[in-house]
Design a protein around this ligand. Structure first.
Ligand SMILES: *Cc1c(COP(=O)(O)O)cnc(C)c1O
Length: 363
């Protein structure tokens, strides 16, 4: 007899058991500093250029699958050929596709947690083993010897510079060692590198290092998180593989048009990035004056803090001050930690004022 009971657990691909829909726990708040978005309004001329590009984009035709015009602009930005660039529906799609293509049963990814939680998620979905080289519990530094040793027996290594959520840069010498002393594919996630000092990126090495891949996104410095555009700079052979396995129309015509317009305006966006960097330092200085609050140096557009009674402080920030930040206090290696994205001066002041009150009341 036909069974009425939808026994999904038995039908689901076993590797996908236990995954939950992603819920960033957004609640509408006056000040949202929870997702590392660029909260500055786009400069008027940039917004106008994007709007004009969107208006001129027909919606009845399928997108160019590989987004070649956008690729060309990205390639020019980094001084590489079109064939070295793969565009994705956000950096997230590219991270997934890297594991889809180069991971799988019997393969191993090495990561350095606490880091971007999607790495381990996507690895699990793609049935890829994860070997974790935990960062120092005090200063979050990466043990280069331990990382190289782990990578020597692995297929893939994902490192993050600056790292999310700890904010620190990875010494390029560590990437050098990974390339010289191991045979792994090495992905350096530079989602936040525009907020780091000049010279922090290793993207210039890709041309001479076929196993190096560098991930970038327009979601952070470029202020286009909603448009979903990220890209990988890698060897053309890697790009060809990704081109073959990707969802063919994953980057829609509006995203391609907006991304292209924003890239062409990047001089105009530099002021916003400089402002966020200055505000980061001001926020960090303000935080360091609060009793019992610990911060770590950040090269990104957020600051990680450890506060007493962090989960309660985060809840009261949201409920009593309408300020939303990200709670990492229950994440391994991040006990008591909150991640504060850097907003505008007014937003950062609201956050600092509210935190000063709550830290006093909770201690
Ligand atoms: C935000 C982020 C990305 C990519 O984000 P997309 O919006 O998918 O482009 C990649 N890596 C890290 C570490 C990030 O924080």
């Amino acid at each position: 007899m036909a069974e009425k009971n939808l026994d999904l657990a038995a039908r689901l691909r076993p590797a996908l058991a236990g995954f939950e829909p992603y819920d960033p726990a957004f609640s509408p708040c006056r000040v949202n500093l929870s997702a590392n978005e660029n909260t500055h309004a786009l400069p008027e001329e940039v917004r106008a250029a994007i709007d004009a590009a969107l208006l001129a984009t027909p919606l009845n035709r399928y997108p160019d699958p590989m987004a070649n015009e956008l690729r060309d602009a990205i390639a020019e930005r980094h001084g590489v050929a079109r064939g070295s660039v793969c565009v994705g529906n956000g950096g997230d799609e590219l991270l997934f596709n890297l594991l889809f293509a180069f991971g799988g049963p019997g393969r191993t990814l090495v990561t350095c947690p606490p880091d971007f939680s999607e790495y381990a998620n996507f690895a699990a979905m793609c049935e890829t083993a994860v070997e974790r080289v935990w960062r120092d519990a005090e200063d979050f530094s990466v043990d280069a010897d331990a990382l190289v040793a782990a990578a020597a027996g692995a297929d893939l290594v994902f490192v993050t510079s600056p790292n999310n959520p700890t904010g620190d840069l990875l010494d390029p010498a560590v990437v050098r060692r990974l390339l010289d002393e191991t045979d792994a594919l090495v992905m350096v996630d530079e989602a936040y590198v525009e907020f780091a000092p000049e010279g922090s990126s290793v993207v210039g090495w890709v041309a001479s290092e076929p196993r190096l891949m560098v991930l970038r996104t327009l979601s952070k410095a470029f202020g286009l998180a909603g448009a979903r555009v990220g890209y990988l700079v890698a060897d053309p052979a890697v790009v060809d593989v990704l081109g073959a396995v990707r969802q063919i129309y994953s980057v829609d015509v509006l995203a391609q048009a907006a991304g292209l317009a924003a890239l062409r305006c990047r001089e105009a966006l530099a002021g916003t990035v400089a402002d966020i960097v200055a505000e980061r330092e001001r926020l960090a200085a303000g935080l360091s004056e609060l009793p019992g609050v610990r911060t770590w140096p950040s090269s990104a557009n957020f600051v990680l803090v450890r506060v007493p009674r962090a989960a309660e402080v985060r809840r009261r920030l949201r409920d009593e001050h309408s300020v939303l930040v990200r709670d990492f206090s229950a994440a391994p290696g991040l006990e008591g930690c909150l991640r504060l994205s850097v907003g505008t001066r007014e937003e950062n002041d609201a956050l600092l004022d509210a935190l000063a009150t709550l830290v006093r009341e909770e201690s």
